[in-house]
Design a protein around this ligand. Sequence first.
Ligand code: GDP
Length: 298
Amino acid sequence: KFRSGLKKTANILKTDVRDLFKSEGRLIDDAFLDEMRAILFKTDMGYDGVEKIVEEVATKMRGRVVTLEEVVATWKTKLTELMSQDDSPIRFAKSGPTIIMVCGVNGAGKTTSIAKLAHLLKSQGKSIVLGAGDTFRAAAVEQLTIWSKRLGVNLVTGEQGAHPASVAYRAVEECIATGAEVCIVDTAGRLQTQKNLMAELTKIQQSIRKLIPEAPHEVLLVLDATTGQNGISQASNFTEAVDCTGIILAKLDGTAKGGVVVAIKQQVGLPVKYVGVGEQPEDWALFNPVEFVNALFA
Ligand code: GDP
């Protein structure tokens, strides 16, 4: 899954790295470090990530003639270290249903990611209720309706324009009443003002907590990998509005800037939990730094 998702990024990296090493080995000097820096920047790893890798190579290898394999091995080790995180799939409630809130701007891949998450949890034998909380977009509700039928999961919707918090409340209520194990609540991705967003997400959270005080157990933020660094600046709008617990990075397959995962890790400080690598429910993988780095240099 990572290999297919990172194909575009890996292809460009491979060509660039080959160009960096036209001969058997290269002297590691400032010129080399500059060229290397430019390659890494192209993948959207972000300033901090790139500089940490450059620093590592400089410290270990400056003044020596080294091979492509040696340099790439150092990149891989450092990258894995930069992205290391606790293995963090969904944290389930110790007892009772697990409530997962999903947020993100329109078009980021929120609806598709909800479908993928539902598909994964269902394949693990969990019973699921979806809450179509993005009541401002008829298309989002329609999309979720289609997915819920296709996946065979229960969906709670509201009238168009109904408050997302009321839909979230009813979805959690339905989850409790039917003894379902997981409730995934969609939220509206409108971003006109930070105040609106904050008020809305807070209300959703409060309405869920009326039924289950310690919920939501996860608040996942969907980011679009193809927007690279812009997506990261959007992330702060959400992390300031609500306590996000992790990132879903959608559309990794659609970009040659797969290094954005490193930037997210460095700048947003939340674990990347899942990545989307296509449009179908099964096109999705639990994030794993080692597999990610191996695919990046495949
Ligand atoms: P939303 O507006 O945030 O709910 O976004 P959608 O889930 O409707 O996704 C927007 C578009 O991106 C749709 O055409 C999806 O099929 C597509 N999409 C979502 N996730 C992925 C992904 O991981 N890979 C690819 N290639 N496309 C995706």
